[in-house]
Design a protein around this ligand. Structure first.
Ligand code: G6P
Length: 356
């Protein structure tokens, strides 16, 4: 069944393996009778009626929300703000005239998000919850719900739920935009295949970990554009399960402070999947290498250079997070294993944080 480990040593490994199937399942669940990707008309109208979307989330779901903002703004032309729920609750920004709130939560139980939902309902605003758990608190208390269909996620470190969140957000944004510019269904299929290819070569990441992360105290992830958001998620995953101090940065921002931390042998994991900024991020890699950093370059086909550590298959430029996050998950997984950490139940963390 979905909640048994079977032959897998860890739930996290099983859940990473399920990711291509999760993308495919979502595309089926969001198909209409004609096979077109769509969403419930009531939800669609609520989004279209809003002059601005406020996405509220925590942890990995916050990182998926940052990608979602790109989709709503670039594809559907709707302005979006993304907020960390624990901050929004106590420091509410000036709101637009007709906001719609979108709560993104794997569990649907995160107390910080729930508290925001209560507050915005008191103010008379409407909310959509995007969650993996039907009947969860955030789902029951919101006006609308869309499901992630990722299946139960047991490992504390979220993997397939992030993939599901990014996939559903892309579908929602395209449905709202009503655009035929790209064949999203086909592109999601290509992304699912790309994830599968990376997973099929997962053992390669053991070597990456032995080379880059065996004994290090810290590590940095850098990227630009979409890759910046995935860098933050990669760093969070590595922190959560391997206890290596990690941070995700915008490549260009490094020189404004963080570069001071680069020493001889400091691992810097760079994501290179965004054509317009690929030369810029390669420049940032050179800057850190000149200061002794040990670079691990994860590039996408078509942008690769000799010496890159990992080259991932090409996917649509807007869907790169679906592919580029997977190497960062595998690196974190093998780093945790290598360092003898409890992969599925890291210290101090809970799967869902139901207290404030
Ligand atoms: C906890 C988990 C994280 C998760 C976050 C948000 O901190 O350990 O993995 O990203 O909560 O959870 P949610 O269920 O709201 O997505």
């Amino acid at each position: 069944s979905d909640i048994e480990k079977g032959t897998y040593p860890h739930y996290m490994l099983k859940e990473m393996d399920e990711q291509p199937a999760v993308v495919r399942r979502i595309t089926q669940k969001y198909e209409d009778a004609c096979g077109e990707l769509t969403i419930d008309a009531t939800v669609m109208n609520a989004i279209k009626a809003a002059d601005r979307l406020y996405i509220i989330a925590a942890g990995t779901s916050y990182h998926a929300s940052l990608i979602g903002k790109q989709y709503f703004e670039k594809i559907a032309g709707i302005p979006v703000e993304v907020h960390i729920s624990s901050e929004f609750g106590y420091n509410m920004p000036l709101l637009s005239k007709n906001p719609l709130f979108i709560f993104i939560s794997q569990s649907g139980e995160t107390a910080d998000s729930r508290q925001v939902l209560v507050k915005i309902k008191e103010l008379g605003y409407k909310a959509l919850t995007i969650t993996n758990v039907q009947g969860s608190t955030l789902s029951r208390e919101a006006h609308y719900t869309l499901l992630l269909h990722a299946g139960p996620e047991i490992a504390v470190a979220s993997t397939k739920a992030y993939i599901a969140q990014v996939t559903v957000l892309a579908i929602v944004a395209y449905a709202v935009a009503g655009t035929q510019d790209i064949d999203l269904k086909k592109e999601l299929g290509i992304a699912a295949n790309a994830i599968q290819t990376i997973i099929d070569h997962k053992e390669d990441f053991q070597k990456v970990v032995e080379d880059f992360l065996a004994t290090t105290r810290n590590a940095f992830f850098i990227g630009r554009g979409m890759d910046y958001f995935v860098s933050m998620e990669g760093a969070l995953k590595l922190k959560e399960i391997s206890y290596i101090q990690a941070e995700g940065f915008a490549g260009g921002e490094l020189k404004h402070g963080t570069i001071a931390l680069i020493e001889d042998g400091t691992p810097v994991i760079a994501l290179v999947t965004q054509k317009e900024v690929s030369l810029n991020i390669r420049g940032n890699v050179k800057e850190v290498v000149a200061r002794g950093a040990y670079p691990c370059i994860i590039s996408m086909e078509g942008m690769e250079e000799a010496g890159d550590t990992v080259v991932i298959p090409q996917v649509h430029p807007l869907l790169t997070p679906l592919a580029s996050v997977v190497p960062t998950q595998l690196i974190s997984y093998y780093a945790a294993l290598y360092r003898g950490c409890d992969v599925d139940k890291p210290r101090n963390l809970a799967k869902s944080v139901t207290v404030e």
